[in-house]
Design a protein around this ligand. Structure first.
Ligand code: ADP
Ligand code: MG
Length: 757
């Protein structure tokens, strides 16, 4: 490069005008020999003459110095490299070459072209490409006809398309059939019109055939000048997880909404913000009404609920039972559990309460208690009955002796009036005692009865007149018979006893004016009813109810009324045996009894007697046993009297003789048989005790009757032993007299037995 100074200068001025930096440096000394204007403005003007100081702000030669690349054998060749100025951060493409400076020196000539903008653009698109490549979303470019041009890795995986196949695949082939119409009608229209579409759809995996839920954004990339469609760009996000979460949430929502438990969400003031269907059903509100309520409105005790709400804020929860109140003001039992709802940051944000209707359970528990009570009561009465029955038996015999002897003594002529009075009083007292024993025996189900098939209405009607007299004029007696009442089989005397006892109690319960109602009704008792009443057996019953509007009973009294000797009446007024008798009678006839009473609200006793379903025995007894012989008649026949208790034997003998009969008395059955054989033909009647040590009265009677078929029999007993009666029920046609008996009673029974055809 030899030239003139002028040439040289012209060169320099051209280089100075060059917009890219140009410089010349001495490769050995690193002295800058020339730098143009552009270099100075790019690097900054500097006094440093060393190229590494000037260009690179270094204190020693640069490790990347290009001297060895352009000198020596490379001399004259251009070496091209890129570098970034560390201070200005600008990028240069450098062209270095060894040249001969005008003074003959070998120098380094470099021209640097600023490529910062291109570099930055490259970097940016590199980054973008990397982002797209590594994106977890599907990114796809397609030609206007749908042919894929680019698909990132996520897309390849999602759609099951390998790199080689991308360009062979049309976008429409990954749209499942059920979305194709939507894509054609909606997506493409939207892109043509607005330039983009966004929405949910599914993609088909071409390899596996599986579907992926995606949220897609598709837009058109148009030619900036003609606005013609160049590409479809499509970015799609896999939303399978989100969909599942949405479905899960939906399931949870539905679970709460359709839960059997009432579920309520409220704020901390108790205002309801959410209720489920079960709640609306349980409380009877509409949704609109419910959302205006406070939790305190749900309970019969507002104050307590407000207290609980406060408690929950402190403790975080509350569990318990309460009495809730419905919209229609009816009450029901609930079990509740309430707790705080906390945010993910553990801040309380609401209150959640769930309620279970436990009315049924509560009722069952109560019913169980009542049943247990009833059972215990029945067992107690059973035990007391056995005791009472035992005592009454012996007591009865002794009363028989007393009464009989009194009557005999009173028959004596020439009694002083004083003696007569005291004998009469003694007899009356003994008779009252006998009445007590009779009641005890009734309670103990040891009363001897002659059941007949009867119409309860007829029996009650026969008693009404007497009952009216019994209860007095101030008390109204109402009679409400059911029509076509089923028949029952019972000793009508027992119905009389029931009616008298219940009416007397009703009378005593009424102060002043009142009303007693007697009612009959056919009642089928079902399983459900019997399940709730201990001892009740399902079936058809005839009910006899006696109600009064008297003072009623408290719970305590009601629990004890059937107990013998339980009375609330003053001494002398009540014996406490009335209802015990009724109880025994009802039990003896396989019936049930129910009592209803409340203080001040009157009392109802309902007796259920089983419907008689067997064949009618002859004609049902209408007008009942009012035909009991009334005449106190004696006779002259000979009677064989068997009784192991000497006192009773003697007394009975005396009584019979007093009535005119001839008596053959004996204390044991063997002797009786001997006597009968001896006096064959003379004896008309065998009168025998039932329970005797050697041979019971029944067997004795059978034995003698086999010898003398015309012999009549009359059994006597304090209570009915099983030999002549089953559970106290006499076989039809058996003559029986209950101890103790009066002369009158004896006369009647003996005549009945003797006069039998
Ligand atoms: P008593 O009548 O001799 O007291 P009961 O066995 O007939 O004995 O009755 C027992 C108790 O039951 C009575 O003392 C009374 O307290 C109560 N009672 C029975 N019937 C009624 C009724 N109709 N109203 C109120 N209390 C009654
Ligand atoms: Mg009474």
């Amino acid at each position: 490069m030899h030239g003139t100074d002028a040439n040289h200068l012209r060169m320099l001025s051209i280089l100075d005008a060059n917009p890219d930096p140009v410089y010349v440096a001495d490769p050995e000394s690193h002295e800058m020999l020339y730098a143009n204007q552009a270099l100075e403005s790019a690097v900054g003007v500097s006094d440093n003459r060393k190229c590494y100081e000037y260009l690179h702000h270094r204190s020693s030669p640069c490790p990347f110095c290009t001297n060895d690349k352009i000198l020596g054998e490379n001399f004259g060749k251009t070496y091209i490299w890129e570098f970034q100025n560390e201070v200005t951060r600008r990028w240069y493409r450098c062209l270095d070459r060894g040249i001969t400076w005008p003074d003959g020196r070998i120098v380094r000539y470099e021209m640097a072209i600023d490529i910062t903008d291109r570099k930055r653009a490259e970097e940016e698109s590199g980054r973008l490409a990397s982002v797209i490549r590594h994106s977890t979303e599907l990114v796809n470019l397609a030609a206007p006809d749908g042919t894929m041009i680019f698909l990132n890795d996520t897309g390849k995986k999602m759609l099951g398309i390998s790199e080689e196949n991308v360009a062979k695949t049309n976008l429409m082939s990954v749209i499942p059939e059920h979305f194709k119409d939507m894509v054609r009608d909606e997506v493409l229209t939207s892109i043509a019109g607005k330039g983009h579409w966004e929405g949910d759809l599914q993609y088909l995996n071409l390899e596996t055939g599986g579907l992926t839920d995606v949220h897609a954004i598709t837009f058109k990339i148009a030619d900036p000048e003609t606005d013609d469609l160049q590409f479809f760009a499509n970015v799609s996000q896999d939303i399978t997880g989100r969909k599942r979460a949405e479905e899960d949430l939906h399931i949870k929502d539905r679970a709460i909404a359709t839960s059997f438990n009432a579920i309520v969400i409220s704020d901390f003031d108790g205002k309801l913000t959410y209720v489920n269907d079960a709640f609306l059903h349980m409380w009877g509100y509409t949704l609109q009404e419910a959302l205006k309520l406070n939790v305190a409105d749900l309970d019969s005790n507002r104050d307590e609920i407000l207290h609980i709400v406060k408690d929950i804020r402190v403790k975080g929860f509350s569990i318990g039972e309460s009495v809730a109140i419905r919209k229609d003001k009816t009450l029901f039992n609930i079990q509740y559990s309430a707790s705080l709802v906390t945010s993910s940051a553990n801040e309380p944000i609401a209150m959640l309460s769930t309620f279970l209707d436990i009315t049924g359970r509560k009722r069952a528990e109560e019913e169980k208690l009542v049943l247990q009570d009833q059972l215990i009561q029945a067992q107690k009465l059973e035990a007391v009955g056995r005791l009472a029955g035992g005592v009454a038996h012996d007591f009865n015999n002794m009363l028989g002796v007393i009464i009989g002897n009194m009557e005999l003594a009173l028959e004596q002529p020439g009694l002083s009036p004083l003696l007569r009075t005291s004998l009469e009083e003694t007899r009356d007292a003994a008779e009252r005692s006998a009445e007590l024993t009779r009641q005890l025996l009734a309670f103990a189900r040891k009363q001897t009865v002659v059941p007949k098939i009867l119409d309860l209405n007829v029996t009650v009607e026969g008693m009404l007149k007497m009952l009216r007299r019994l209860i007095g004029e101030d008390i109204d007696l109402a009679w409400i018979p059911d029509c076509d009442l089923w028949p029952i089989k019972i000793d009508s005397v027992q119905i009389d006893q029931i009616l008298v006892n219940l009416s007397l109690n009703a009378r005593d319960a009424i102060e002043g004016v009142g009303k007693v109602t007697i009612e009959t009704k056919n009642v089928p008792l079902n399983e459900a009813y019997c399940g709730r009443h201990a001892g009740f057996v399902p079936g058809e019953y005839v009910m006899l109810a006696v109600s009064d509007d008297g003072r009623g009973m408290d719970h305590e009294t009601l629990a004890n009324i059937f107990e013998p000797f339980f009375t609330t009446k003053t001494l002398g007024k009540g014996t406490g045996l009335g209802l015990a008798t009724v109880y025994g009678i009802v039990k003896q006839n396989n019936g049930f009894i129910n009592s209803y009473s409340e203080p001040g609200k009157g009392t109802t006793l309902k007796i259920y007697l089983p419907r008689y379903t067997g064949r009618p025995d002859r004609v049902p007894v209408k007008g009942v046993v009012k035909n009991r012989v009334t005449a106190e008649k004696g006779g002259t026949e000979t009677i064989l009297l068997v009784e192991d208790e000497a006192a009773i034997l003697n007394m009975t003998k005396a009584m019979l003789e007093n009535l005119g009969y001839t008596v053959l008395p004996t204390g044991n059955p063997g002797e009786a048989i001997r006597l009968a054989e001896e006096r064959a033909g003379e004896i008309f009647l065998l009168m025998t005790d039932v329970v005797m040590p050697e041979m019971d009265g029944c067997r004795l009677a059978n034995k003698l009757r086999s010898l003398f078929p015309n012999l009549k029999c009359l059994f006597m007993s304090g209570y009915t032993a099983n030999v002549i009666a089953h559970h106290g029920v006499l076989d039809e046609g058996v003559h029986f007299i209950q101890k103790p008996f009066s002369m009158k009673g004896l006369a009647t029974k003996v005549r009945e037995a003797l006069d039998e055809k």
